[in-house]
Design a protein around this ligand. Structure first.
Ligand code: NAP
Ligand code: COA
Length: 259
């Protein structure tokens, strides 16, 4: 779909990049010429991601990181820069979520999801900024959100509030860092089949069919749909796009309004 060198020479750090949508983005970026660092908590998963892509001859490394810890995020950024010579693209993909009615949600449950999704995204942006502004391609930040952040998300108030915060942070940084030629955008996926998110939130709660029908296209998306959007935004194809929320949801939010 893209020319094989569309990201050649660029360095990308992807949080939560060892599994699910994050791994699909990591693999796609690496196949299109990027040097990739994936950062998350589970060492086994990180090792698996490196092995899978290194056997294809792709450039990938991993660093154990909890995005709730600013020092660890700073260290992931510093390691990326020292290993690859700079940083051009940051993808804030790491997230935590669980279904829980708000009345039953403990303050620590609320804090945990806000810490991973919203604070982790802020930490990434903040730690990456001095390096992104030196990027010869123009720095690029992509954070993964969802339109459920804007509509409200019954059963996941913590994640909804965090994702809305990410969209707002993105718009602020697009303006604050525009003069530095850093573009800051979000992607809002709809339900993506065969992911931990869909398994937890829809399969485990018996809502899979209902959620499928909520999309205008009547089907779940694929991880590659999100990875392709992430290539578009990170490459020169998207070089005049900043502060945008690219919705890749099979028309779910529109049908939601129409239903
Ligand atoms: P996933 O497979 O559970 O991926 C989440 C990743 O985040 C995991 O690799 C996990 O790795 C990492 N992570 C969690 N907590 C972390 C922490 N504290 N520090 C560092 N890394 C952490 O989920 P997914 O379904 O692919 O979702 C990826 C992104 O898409 C998320 O932002 C999600 O909100 C968004 N999204 C997904 C869907 C969907 O349908 N799946 C829809 C809309 C939006 P470790 O456990 O190794 O740390
Ligand atoms: N329902 C209600 N509360 C829950 C819960 C659930 N299903 N799961 C966790 N919590 C609460 C815990 O009870 C705890 O609160 P408490 O101290 O008041 O009891 C708090 O959330 C933190 O839980 P803990 O298990 O200690 O957090 P953790 O840091 O080990 O894990 C999670 C973080 C909970 C987000 C975990 O699900 C995770 O690591 N997820 C990553 C993958 C993921 O969620 N993917 C989906 C992406 S869309």
């Amino acid at each position: 779909m893209f020319t094989s060198d569309v990201l050649k020479g660029r360095v990308a750090l992807i949080t939560g990049g060892a599994g699910g949508i994050g791994f699909e983005i990591a693999a796609t970026y690496a196949r299109l010429g990027a040097k990739v660092m994936v950062a998350s908590r589970n060492q086994e998963r990180l090792d698996g991601a490196v092995t899978a892509l290194a056997t294809e001859g792709l450039t990938i490394q991993a660093i154990r990181t909890d995005v709730r810890n600013y020092e660890e995020v700073q260290s992931a950024v510093a390691t990326t820069v020292s290993q690859y010579g700079g940083l051009d693209i940051l993808v804030n993909n790491a997230a935590g979520n669980f279904h829980c009615p708000t009345a039953d949600l403990s303050p620590n449950g609320w804090r945990t999801v806000i810490d991973i999704d919203l604070n982790g995204t802020f930490y990434g942006c903040h730690a990456a900024y001095p390096h992104l502004k030196k990027s010869e391609y123009g720095g690029c930040i992509i954070s993964i959100a969802t339109m459920l952040g804007l509509s409200g998300w019954p059963g996941a108030a913590h994640a909804g509030a965090a994702k809305a915060g990410i969209i707002s942070l993105t718009r602020t940084l697009a303006v604050e860092w525009g003069d530095d030629q850093i573009r800051v955008n979000t992607i809002s996926p709809g339900p993506i089949g065969d992911t931990e998110g869909v398994r937890r939130l829809y399969q485990e709660t018996g809502r899979e069919e209902l959620e499928r029908k909520k999309t205008a296209l009547g089907r779940f998306g694929k991880k590659s749909d999100i990875a392709n959007a992430a290539v578009y935004l990170a490459s020169d194809l998207g070089q005049y796009i900043t502060g945008e929320n690219l919705v890749v949801d099979g028309g779910r939010w529109l049908k939601y309004v129409a239903a």
